[in-house]
Design a protein around this ligand. Structure first.
Ligand SMILES: *[C@@H]1O[C@H](CO)[C@@H](O)[C@H](O)[C@H]1NC(C)=O
Ligand SMILES: *[C@@H]1O[C@H](CO)[C@@H](O)[C@H](O)[C@H]1NC(C)=O
Ligand SMILES: *[C@@H]1O[C@H](CO)[C@@H](O)[C@H](O)[C@H]1NC(C)=O
Ligand SMILES: *[C@@H]1O[C@H](CO)[C@@H](O)[C@H](O)[C@H]1NC(C)=O
Length: 670
């Protein structure tokens, strides 16, 4: 993928801002959303900044990745070693020299904080940061944040660093903390007091349990056998996974599994996993861990608790995984925010980090968001705003984005499923035909505004409504692309288990594989409208035949995916026979993205609120426990690993307290 257009625009913004001919690197017209400046940051306050150094050959790694991930290629699934990846990502000696010289010239200690040597940190006073980077750090508050953050609306580079430094963080990234998942309007309400072990078809949406998902998608319940096949669940913003709840969940809904099966805790940036049996705030982490333990039977499960603010946590997660000698084969992440809140340079660098992870043969799955086309404008007042909002990280072309469906016969796209097109990342080749097929179906007078040249998401989908979880000892129904993602990730883990057992390489970066086999290994979902919380009449996309920005290429068919992975299935081919071809000129008329926004320098209030797994009903845990135990008894038990702590060799920099959003109660999850 090239970012040539964006970069060209970017460099066109070069202007001299001082006698030192500083070059504007990133800037915002104003603080986005409801962030309010409380005045200049005190000059003597100390800041720790992370600097991203330009890799020596990211285009080479992109080309290599396409070659090793595309079915039919002579080097298909010949995943790279950590050293091979590093040979592409490590900065050139000229870049390292330029940055180190700059640091020493200004009396700064630049500490390398990533295994690929592409991130360094410096600690300096606000006054010096303002001077060196032509910044004006201010203290910002936000009505939904209990603490303040220190940010600047503009950051510049001295000429000797241009082309060598890609990101300075924190500078212009304003991440709104977002909404507590359970406190926003639920998508679906129900009061059904029963949790059957398999699909309850008396409810239109069904009641999702591991057994139900196994039955819908043909997922085996037999335990995985391979120990070197970890599935990693990431957790941000103080979410913790409760072992007692997981045990109760397994007793209830996977009675054939040893309920003491648990997960290995990994900790990053001070993240931890405090156990509190009455905790009911951590719906996201508990959903994620219960539906990986519940579906990826016998797969070694790891839980990475990441402290600090979300943006820093995401980038530190990339360097953490780069540094793991024994990395997981699949990573599931159910958190996101609008692309704009990260800004172009930070989002691009994090996305390159995912490229480097995927090239090692690690599958990365992210939720597509629960805000429909408006990316979390879960506010009725936004319903008439037809400028769609893209969400990140799932918009990165090097990850697999997972959307949500509802119901059976037919399974349809659920209205909240996040879907659309990136304003930052161009369309990758693996989906260009599929996306073109969709764009042709849009009427010429389609009123939604989006970047029709952008990476389309999601890639795939899975049920996402009314998943039964145990939260604080009670059975609760939750939903969201947050639910779909760990379940899809678990399917990939189970396929990897069989690949490893057969002596074959794991699936790694999934997308070229998924699009190649879409018509045979996925069930196309052809109905639905993702207007989110807005009325059905609101402008949004429609699901249709073939790929669409609601459900991607569809929902999994386990045995077909397995056959394709094993190399015994014929390739699928994208079938857009039924697509409505209205006009070849649609692409131009629907593309109204301003060039400025693609550079990440516009000041649009791109910080949008998202809502996540929504608590949609409460059931009596004891009643259900009793029922299920009576019906099923206790079957065979399977054991998973215990708990241990592990931390990265490259301990990331500790941020100042004010820069950590982790203390804030609200957070963004899907
Ligand atoms: C520079 O950083 C290194 C690594 O953190 C540390 O060991 C060293 O003491 C620092 N030097 C100064 C002058 O701060
Ligand atoms: C979204 O879909 C759910 C489930 O079908 C439905 O209950 C809800 O009313 C829908 N929301 C809107 C705003 O139409
Ligand atoms: C494509 O779909 C149509 C309608 O479902 C079907 O009739 C046709 O056989 C399909 N073509 C291929 C190549 O699968
Ligand atoms: C509509 O939404 C876009 C994207 O968030 C935003 O930039 C724009 O300001 C909004 N327009 C109005 C009129 O609120």
């Amino acid at each position: 993928m090239t970012f040539r257009k964006s970069l060209a625009l970017f460099f066109s913004h070069m202007i001299a801002v001082s006698a030192r001919r500083m070059v504007v690197h990133e800037s915002l017209a104003a603080a986005p959303g409801s962030f309010v400046s409380q005045g200049p940051a005190p000059a003597t306050d100390m800041l720790t900044l992370r600097l991203a150094l330009a890799p020596n050959n990211i285009a080479g790694l992109q080309a290599k990745m396409m070659s090793i991930s595309t079915p039919g290629s002579s080097e298909h699934r010949q995943w790279l070693s950590a050293d091979e990846v590093k040979s592409f990502v490590k900065p050139s000696s000229a870049t390292t020299f330029a940055v180190m010289k700059f640091a020493s010239t200004h009396g700064l200690n630049a500490t390398v904080i990533s295994p690929h040597e592409d991130w360094v940190s410096i600690t300096l006073s606000v006054a010096q940061a303002n001077d060196l980077f032509a910044a004006q750090y201010q203290v910002y508050s936000h009505p939904s944040m209990s603490n303040t953050i220190t940010r600047t609306l503009s950051v510049s580079l001295p000429p000797e660093l241009v082309g060598h430094i890609q990101v300075i963080h924190p500078t212009t990234a304003f991440l709104k903390p977002g909404s507590r998942t359970g406190s926003t309007t639920g998508h679906v309400q129900h009061n059904k007091r029963a949790t059957p072990p398999s699909c309850d078809t008396s409810l239109a949406s069904g009641v999702m349990t591991p057994a139900c998902l196994q039955s819908i998608y043909g997922i085996p319940a037999t335990p995985a056998t391979q120990s070197n096949n970890a599935l990693l669940v990431t957790a941000y913003v103080d979410q913790s996974a409760q072992k007692a709840d997981l045990e109760q969940f397994l007793e209830l809904l996977r009675p054939d599994v040893d309920p003491s099966e648990s997960f290995t805790l990994l900790s990053l940036d001070g993240g931890n996993d405090p156990q509190n049996p009455s905790d009911t705030k951590d719906d996201e982490a508990n959903l994620d861990i219960q539906y990986t333990a519940g579906i990826a039977t016998g797969v070694p499960l790891k839980f990475l608790s990441v402290g600090g603010d979300f943006a820093t946590g995401l980038l530190d997660t990339t360097t953490f995984i780069h540094g793991l000698e024994d990395p997981p084969t699949v990573v599931s992440t159910s958190y996101s925010l609008s692309e704009e809140s990260f800004g172009f340079t930070l989002a691009s660098k994090i996305c390159d980090g995912y490229l480097a992870i995927g090239a090692r043969g690690i599958s990365l799955l992210f939720s597509s968001g629960d805000g429909g086309v408006r990316g979390g404008h879960d506010d009725i007042s936004e319903c008439k705003n037809n400028t769609f909002v893209a969400t990140f990280p799932n918009s990165c072309p090097w990850v697999t984005s997972v959307g949500s469906t509802i119901g059976f016969g037919p399974e349809t796209a659920v209205n909240f499923t996040g879907g659309g097109f990136s304003n930052y990342f161009p369309i990758p080749s693996y989906q260009s035909d599929a996306v073109a097929g969709f764009l042709e179906t849009l009427p010429t007078d389609f009123q939604g505004t989006f970047n029709s040249n952008g990476r389309g998401y999601p890639d795939v989908s899975l049920q996402g409504v009314n998943f039964q979880i145990v939260l604080g000892g009670e059975v609760t129904g939750v939903g969201g692309t947050s639910a779909s993602t760990p379940a899809f990730a678990s399917i990939i883990s189970l396929i990897n288990d069989q690949l490893i057992a057969a002596g074959k390489p794991v699936l790694g970066f999934l997308n070229p594989f998924l699009y190649y086999y879409a018509s045979t290994a996925l069930t196309d979902i052809t109905a639905g409208h993702n207007s989110g919380v807005c009325p059905v009449s609101t402008v949004a996309f429609n699901a249709g035949v073939g790929w669409d920005p609601l459900t991607g290429s569809g929902t999994p068919i386990f045995d077909q995916l397995l056959a394709a992975a094993m190399g015994v299935a014929a390739p699928g081919s994208y079938n857009d026979t039924n697509a409505v071809h209205t006009s070849g000129a649609v692409v131009d008329t629907v593309s109204a993205l301003s060039d400025d926004s693609a550079t990440g320098t516009d000041g649009s209030n791109g910080l949008v609120r998202k809502y996540g797994p929504v608590i949609i009903g409460l059931l009596s845990g004891n009643l259900v426990l009793l029922l299920i135990l009576v019906i099923l008894g206790v079957g065979q038990h399977i054991r998973r690993g215990g708990t241990a702590r592990q931390s990265s060799k490259y301990a990331p920099v500790k941020l100042r307290e004010e820069d950590s959003m982790s203390k804030m109660a609200p957070y963004d999850v899907e």
